[in-house]
Design a protein. Structure first.
Length: 190
């Protein structure tokens, strides 16, 4: 049990018989006789819906243990993504909706953290930045302004906008949360 003022993003709680993952928590201390309040954004682990709520800071909530495992992505089939624990060989299927729009970035052999609550997967943890190869884009042009962007298809099949100087075969760094181009990946001299 924790008090609402101790809630932090990433925690899992049980409230009114429902399991939730804390997406964000913001504690506001009270003044004088007014008690503090914690504003939280929660994701229901059963329905996937979000709920914004304010708890009195002294309210006690039941914490669910979150188990994190490093799993290898195998393949996607329909609305399921299949992962494997490299140590045990045990496979886990996770709904593509639960993975989110970043499911389009998954490539076989990719290792990602997966969080479990009570033995069921609740979220897939992507890195903040991912290096991906540009599979197809228009040839680079140098006469246009630097702020001009063009469409590009990545090796994963995702289409994004990239600057004019990016060409086929370039490796770029992608902000996973926004799915936007950040910069070109540094080449390694071997």
């Amino acid at each position: 049990m924790v008090t609402a003022s101790q809630l932090r993003a990433g925690m899992a709680i049980k409230h009114q018989g429902q399991d939730y993952k804390v997406v964000s928590a913001d504690y506001h201390p009270g003044q004088g006789k007014m008690g503090g309040v914690t504003h939280v954004r929660l994701r229901n682990l059963d329905t996937g819906t979000y709920w914004e709520h304010s708890f009195r800071s002294e309210l006690k909530l039941e914490v669910q243990p979150v188990d994190k495992q490093e799993l290898e992505f195998l393949y996607a089939d329909g609305d399921q993504c299949f992962f494997m624990n490299p140590q045990s060989g045990e496979q886990t299927d996770i709904a593509t909706d639960l993975v989110g729009p970043q499911a389009a970035l998954l490539e076989p052999g990719m290792n990602l953290g997966v969080e479990f609550v009570e033995g069921r997967p609740v979220s897939v943890l992507f890195p903040v930045v991912l290096e991906v190869k540009v599979a197809q884009t228009a040839p680079p042009t140098h006469q246009q302004a630097d702020s001009a962007y063009k469409p590009a298809k990545l090796s994963t099949g995702v289409e994004i906008m990239v600057p004019q100087f990016v060409k086929n075969g370039d490796t770029i760094r992608l902000d996973v949360e926004t799915m936007k181009y950040m910069d070109r990946a540094k080449t390694r001299n071997v």
